[in-house]
Design a protein around this ligand. Structure first.
Ligand code: FAD
Length: 685
C-alpha cells in the first residue's frame, strides 16, 4: 500500500502543472464571472508571484469603464514591451503585501469615482486599506505607482476616489510615476485625457524600467481561439449571463423563476408591461416603459437607478460584420491563456452573438482603437491612417466631428471596401463591453413596488455630413419595442433609422422582455415627509421627481398621512414647448391628492422669443425659495450634468448670497456643506 501511495504521490508531483491546467479549464476559464482570482488567494503579491507576472494594473470600476481602460493599458504594455501584465479588480484582493512587490514592478491604478466623490462599490476593501495607512509611516516606501482617475467635472467632488487614493498612497511613502491622469466625462474628453496620460506614463515607464519596444511586434492574443462545429446547450447565442443558457436550467428555482441576486454580473429578464410615447410631436421621441419585477425578489427604493441591458441594432451589426468580413454563424470557444485573465463574455459562442450582444460597436471611434488597427490598414491608406492615429486634431476633424463609429470610419477611410486582415481576437480585446445604460427610476417603490418605470429620451440625430443618423443603442431599442407592441405602428417602425432583433437569443426577450437590474443610489427623499423639497428637473430630469411625487401621493392614499402635515413640494420643470411637456396630465392628478402642498413651475423655453429655463424660474421665485430654505428645505437637481446643473447651482448660490448678505464664495461653501449633509442632492448625467 505504501509503495502504491508513494508512486501515486510521485505521479501527481510530476503532473502538477497539467492537473492545475485541467482544473482551470474545467472550472474557471469558461466562466466570465470569475475574475483573475481563480486560486481563491487574496494576497496580491503571492498571486503575482505564482502566476509569474511582472506588472500589475488594478482597477476599481462601477459601471465597467475603468475596467475597460485598465485592460487597454495592460494590453498595450504587453503588446509593446512583452510585459507579463496582470489586470485585476481591486475587489478581489487584499493589499497588505503591496509593499513587498519588487521595485521593478510598478502598479497602475485605474479608479472611477461614483456619487459624491466615492469609490466604486467593489473597492470598499481597498478604501479601507488606504484609510488604515498611517500618514508618514513609509509603509509603502517600496511601491512605485501611476494612477488614472475617471470622473466628471460637473460633480462637486470630481475624481474624488483617485485623488484620495493618490493622497493616501503618497502619504504612506509610495512613489508616483508621472502625474495623476484625470478623465473627464463631463467634458466628453475621457478618451483623449486617457491618451495624453497614457503616452506620458508609458514614456516614463520605458525610461525607469529600461523597457525596449519590439519594432516587429506582432499582436499576441490573450486568448486561445478554437473553432467549433455545432451549437450545443452550452453555446451562448448572446444570453446576458450563464444562468440563461439551456445547460444551466438547474440554476432556476424549482418553480422556473430566474434566481438572483440581479446585478451587473447577472440581470433579471423582465417583461415590459407598459410602454408608450410621451411626446406629442413626431420629431423627437421619449418612451415611458414599465418593467414587471414581480417574483424576482428585486427591491428598489424611490430615487434608485434602473440598468437596462441593450443589444446592438441589425444595421450596426451588419456594418461591423461587413467591414471586418466576419461570418456571424461561426462558432468558437475562447480560453484565457492563463488564470489571471477573465473571459470578456460567455463561451462557446458565435461571432454574430458577440457582435450583437457583447461588444460596444457604436459610439465615436477612438484614436486608441485606430492606433491598434494601423498594422492591418490596407496598404493604400496605411500612411494616412497612421497620421490620423497620431494627430489628435486631424483625427477630431476627420473622424470625430462627422460622428463616425468604428465600422463607418473604417469603411469611409477605405472608400467602402472592407479591412480584411484585422484579427477577430484583437477586436474582442480592443472594443469595450456593451454595458447597461442607467435610468433614474420614475416610479415609487411605495406606490408600485412590483413595477419599475423608466422615462427615456430617444437619441436619434440626423447627421448632415455623413447622412447616417447618430443613434443611441438602448433608447432606440426601447422605442422599437414600444412600437412593436401596437399593430398600427408598422410604418413608424419602418421609418426608424435602426431596428433590432426583439426576440433575443433563443427567444429569451420575446414578448417585450429585456434584461435589467437595479442600482441603488443615494438620491433620497428626506426621512420626514414634512420637510419641504425643491426639485429641479428639466426634460427627462423630471423622472425621479415623478417617483418622489407618486411616493408622497401613496403616503397619503396608502398610509393615511395627513396632507396638511406634508412639507411643501415645488417642482421646477422645463421643456421646449407643450409637445414635449412630460406627464402633463399626471401632474394635475397629483395636485388633486397633494392639494396646495404640490406645485409645478414650468419653463417652456421655446414658446416666447427669449428662452426661459428652470434657473430663470428659480430666480423669479427667490423669496419663496429663501423662505423654504430657512424652513430646512432639501434641494434636488436631476438631468443634464453639463450646463443645467451648474446654472441651477449658480442661481441657488446667488439667492443664498443675496438673502444672507454674504459673498458668493461664502454661499458656495454653504451649498458644499448642504451637499455633504445630503440636503442638496444631484442625480445628473
Ligand atoms: P448610447 O448608445 O449610449 O449613445 C450615447 C450618445 O452618443 C447618444 O446621444 C448617441 O446619439 C451618441 N452617439 C452614438 N454614436 C455616436 C458617434 N458615433 N459619435 C458621436 N456620438 C454618438 N436618460 C434618460 O433619458 N432618462 C433618464 O432618466 C436617465 N437617467 C440617467 C441616470 C443616470 C445615473 C445616468 C448615468 C444616465 C441617465 N440617463 C437617462 C442617460 C442614459 O443612461 C443613456 O445615456 C441615454 O439614454 C443614451 O443611451 P443610449 O444607449 O440610447 O445611447
Amino acid at each position: 500500500i505504501s509503495v502504491i501511495v508513494l508512486v501515486g504521490l510521485f505521479w501527481i508531483y510530476r503532473h502538477l502543472e497539467s492537473i492545475k491546467q485541467f482544473i482551470n479549464e474545467q472550472f474557471y476559464d469558461d466562466d466570465p464571472a470569475l475574475g483573475v482570482n481563480s486560486s481563491g488567494c487574496r494576497d496580491i503579491a503571492q498571486v503575482l508571484r505564482e502566476n509569474d507576472k511582472n506588472y500589475l494594473v488594478l482597477f476599481g470600476s462601477q459601471t465597467g469603464t475603468a475596467e475597460d481602460y485598465a485592460k487597454k493599458f495592460g494590453k498595450e504594455l504587453t503588446a509593446r514591451f512583452q510585459l507579463r501584465v496582470m489586470v485585476a479588480d481591486l475587489e478581489n484582493y487584499d493589499f497588505e503585501s503591496l509593499n513587498e512587490l519588487p521595485d521593478n514592478m510598478p502598479v497602475t491604478f485605474v479608479i472611477s469615482t461614483y456619487g459624491e466623490g466615492d469609490f466604486p462599490d467593489g473597492s470598499v476593501n481597498f478604501e479601507q486599506f488606504l484609510n488604515e495607512l498611517e500618514e508618514g509611516d513609509d509603509s509603502l516606501g517600496n511601491l512605485r505607482f501611476s494612477i488614472f482617475g475617471l470622473g466628471n467635472t460637473t460633480y462637486e467632488f470630481f475624481d474624488g476616489a483617485a485623488r484620495k487614493a493618490l493622497d493616501k498612497l503618497q502619504n504612506a511613502g509610495a512613489n508616483l510615476i508621472g502625474k495623476l491622469g484625470e478623465g473627464d466625462d463631463g467634458a466628453g474628453t475621457t478618451d483623449e485625457d486617457y491618451m495624453t496620460w497614457k503616452e506620458e506614463t508609458i514614456d516614463l515607464l520605458q525610461k525607469e524600467l529600461g523597457l525596449h519596444e519590439d519594432e516587429n511586434k506582432e499582436y499576441q492574443p490573450s486568448f486561445i481561439f478554437t473553432q467549433m462545429n455545432e451549437i450545443t446547450d452550452k453555446t451562448s447565442l448572446g444570453e446576458p449571463s450563464k444562468q440563461y443558457l439551456p445547460s444551466e436550467t438547474l440554476q432556476y428555482d424549482v418553480d422556473g423563476k430566474q434566481r438572483g441576486p440581479f446585478d451587473l454580473n447577472q440581470p433579471f429578464v423582465a417583461p415590459i408591461v407598459e410602454s408608450h410615447e410621451l411626446f406629442q410631436s413626431p420629431e423627437r421621441n421619449c418612451i415611458h416603459t414599465e418593467f414587471d419585477i414581480s417574483g424576482s425578489e428585486i427591491t428598489y427604493e424611490t430615487g434608485d437607478h434602473l440598468a437596462i441591458w441593450p443589444s446592438n441594432s441589425n444595421e450596426t451589426v451588419a456594418q461591423f460584420l461587413k467591414v471586418f468580413q466576419l461570418n456571424p454563424d461561426e462558432i468558437f470557444d475562447l480560453k484565457a491563456k492563463d488564470t489571471t485573465m477573465k473571459l470578456p463574455f460567455l463561451s462557446p459562442t458565435t461571432i454574430g452573438a458577440v457582435v450583437r450582444y457583447y461588444l460596444e460597436i457604436t459610439g465615436p471611434i477612438s484614436r486608441q482603437s485606430l492606433g491598434l488597427l494601423v498594422n492591418y490598414a490596407p496598404v493604400t491608406i496605411k500612411e494616412h491612417v497612421t497620421r490620423l492615429s497620431k494627430d489628435k486634431e486631424l483625427f477630431a476633424a476627420e473622424l470625430l466631428k462627422p460622428k463616425y463609429n468604428l465600422a463607418d470610419a473604417l469603411l469611409k477611410l477605405n472608400q467602402g471596401e472592407p479591412w480584411k486582415n484585422v484579427p477577430w481576437l484583437l477586436l474582442i480585446e480592443m472594443l469595450p463591453k456593451l454595458l447597461p445604460r442607467y435610468y433614474s427610476i420614475s416610479s415609487s417603490s411605495l406606490s408600485e413596488p412590483q413595477t419599475i418605470h423608466a422615462t427615456s429620451i430617444v437619441e436619434n440625430t440626423a447627421n448632415e455630413i455623413t447622412g447616417i443618423n447618430t443613434t443611441g443603442v438602448t433608447t432606440n431599442l426601447l422605442r422599437n419595442i414600444s412600437l412593436s407592441r401596437t399593430n398600427d405602428k408598422f410604418s413608424e417602425i419602418e421609418a426608424m433609422p435602426v431596428h433590432y432583433d426583439l426576440n433575443g437569443p433563443r427567444n429569451l426577450f420575446a414578448d417585450s422582455r429585456l434584461p435589467i437590474h437595479v442600482r441603488h443610489s443615494t438620491f433620497r427623499l428626506p426621512k420626514s415627509s414634512n420637510v419641504p423639497i425643491i426639485m429641479i428637473g428639466p426634460g427627462t430630469g423630471v423622472a425621479p421627481f415623478r417617483g418622489f411625487i407618486r411616493e408622497r401621493c401613496a403616503q397619503v392614499n396608502k398610509e393615511n398621512v395627513d396632507v396638511k402635515t406634508l412639507g411643501k413640494m415645488i417642482l421646477f420643470y422645463g421643456s421646449r414647448d407643450n409637445n414635449d411637456y412630460l406627464y402633463k396630465d399626471e401632474w394635475i392628478e397629483y395636485g388633486k391628492i397633494l392639494e396646495d402642498k404640490f406645485e409645478i413651475d414650468v419653463a417652456l423655453s421655446r414658446v416666447q422669443e427669449q428662452k426661459i429655463y428652470v434657473q430663470h424660474r428659480i430666480m423669479d421665485r427667490k423669496s419663496e425659495i429663501t423662505d423654504l430654505l430657512n424652513k430646512g428645505a432639501h434641494i434636488y437637481v436631476c438631468g443634464d450634468a453639463g450646463r443645467m446643473a451648474k446654472d441651477v447651482q449658480g442661481s441657488i448660490v446667488q439667492i443664498l448670497s443675496e438673502s444672507k448678505s454674504i459673498t458668493e464664495t461664502e454661499a458656495q461653501e454653504i451649498v458644499k456643506a448642504m451637499k455633504v449633509a445630503g440636503k442638496y442632492q444631484e442625480d445628473i448625467w
